[in-house]
Design a protein around this ligand. Structure first.
Ligand SMILES: O=P(O)(O)OC[C@H](O)CO
Length: 417
């Protein structure tokens, strides 16, 4: 039996899904054994994978969050392109079967899929319906715009939610990346990096960004908005009941279902109605599966068989309906829709409706920046400096862009070598 190592970053209910999928695959045949190993947060898992590759000990499959896509795509020898592996292994593989918002993110300009979509998400606004009732808000009419959201947060605060009216996980994902796409504002030149590594960040010039960051800074002062950190570590503030409005991944669903002791729902991300074209469409988050280079042919055959197993329609339907991650194939989405499932559980369709709200523009197709993991830390640092009152919102935006551009140029120089 050939062992296939799968390093991943999922915890709680989503970890259970990973373990179950591996067990089911292992029980379905005798030649290969998939061994899932939890390696910490998304950034930790990516770093562990890169370090292991350098030491000649990479796993076969590495789950990498969407933020690491630019870095992985440039790591030529370190990866085995998925389209190539599937072909060599003789596995049927049709890139057109996947939702375009997802396959496009992980494909080259020629349409070759480099990694395997797995747990794709988008960002949604989760809200506590019981808290809404307590604050005299209509739980069936969640706020649509940012001004409405801040008004609701003020009422929630007055009703006793005084530590946090509204918050979000993944600070840069919420307040830069999704914010740009949802408002049809470019983060940089070169189609947000998808049309070239020489992209130059420029979102500090956007009045909408300045308005949003200024609002967050103002509202942080009395905790109408309260910052919850750079990753998803702060998500527990929603399930505990502390923050009644919380923007984070649709893949938070399993956790909410298991842990929230109140009535809840979600809605689309808020927007500023005076920004032309808003809301545009959201972009994907979550992660894909990268196959590492330098493995034996029979090991790749096992990985290819496992990927075929994962793409199965019913398995995709299950993954989607249990985790809140997207159904990655068109067939799986159609099947869930036709079953009437979303009538009872509209919150699972929210991220798909956001992604497909309008045809993507150059500002809302996705992002592809090298070193984006490090750039996200810079962006978070600058937002934190503004929220702490150390910098004005404009100075923080300027520094986020300048320091981000330095990282991009550095990445470009190393990638060219
Ligand atoms: O919580 P996830 O897995 O949907 O990931 C959210 C963000 O995309 C991470 O970059």
């Amino acid at each position: 039996q050939t062992e296939i190592q799968w390093w991943h970053a999922l915890t709680g209910a989503n970890n259970d899904v990973v373990v179950k999928l591996s067990e089911d695959f292992n029980a379905s045949q005798k030649d290969y054994k998939v061994v899932p190993v939890y390696k910490g947060s998304y950034p930790d898992t990516l770093n562990a994978g890169i370090a292991a590759f350098r030491a000649g000990q990479a796993p076969h499959i590495l789950q990498v969050f969407e933020v690491g896509t630019g870095t992985m795509m440039s790591a030529k020898g370190a990866i085995k392109p998925v389209h190539e592996m599937m072909k060599e292994a003789g596995e049927k593989f049709d890139p057109a079967a996947y939702l375009p918002a997802i396959s496009g993110y992980y494909s080259t300009a020629k349409g070759e899929m480099l990694s395997m979509p797995f747990n794709s998400s988008s960002m949604v606004m989760w809200y506590n319906k019981d808290a809404f009732k307590k604050a005299g808000l209509d739980p069936e009419k969640p706020p649509k715009t940012w001004p409405e959201t801040f008004e609701a947060a003020k009422k929630l605060k007055a009703a006793g939610y005084d530590k946090c009216g509204v918050s979000n996980a993944w600070a840069p994902w919420a307040n830069i990346e999704q914010f740009g796409a949802w408002h049809n504002i470019a983060l940089s030149t070169k189609v947000n990096g998808m049309a070239g590594a020489d992209a130059v960040l420029n979102f500090n010039k956007s009045p909408a960004f300045l308005k949003h960051w200024t609002n967050l800074v103002e509202l942080q002062k009395d905790k109408t908005y309260d910052y919850s950190g750079r990753t998803n570590n702060g998500e527990g503030r929603f399930t505990s009941g502390e923050c009644p409005i919380f923007l984070t991944s649709s893949g938070f669903f399993g956790n909410v279902k298991a842990n929230a002791k109140f009535d809840w729902a979600n809605a689309a991300m808020p927007y500023y109605a005076d920004v032309q074209g808003a809301p545009q469409n959201s972009i994907i988050g979550g992660a894909s599966l990268w196959v590492m280079g330098g493995k034996k042919a029979n090991e790749y055959k096992g990985v290819a068989k496992f990927f075929t197993f994962l793409s199965n329609v019913d398995r995709q339907v299950k993954l989607h309906t249990e985790s809140g991650y997207l159904p990655i194939t068109k067939a799986a989405y159609e099947k869930v829709k036709a079953s009437g499932f979303y009538k009872d559980k509209p919150y699972l369709e929210t991220p798909i409706l956001e992604l497909t709200n309008k045809a993507p523009t150059d500002n809302s197709k996705g992002l592809r920046y090298g070193s984006l993991v490090q750039i996200r830390d810079i962006w978070s640092e600058e937002l934190e400096a503004a929220l702490n009152g150390q910098k004005s919102p404009q100075a923080a935006l300027d520094a986020a862009v300048d320091r981000g551009n330095q990282m991009l140029r550095q990445f470009e120089r190393t990638a060219a070598r």
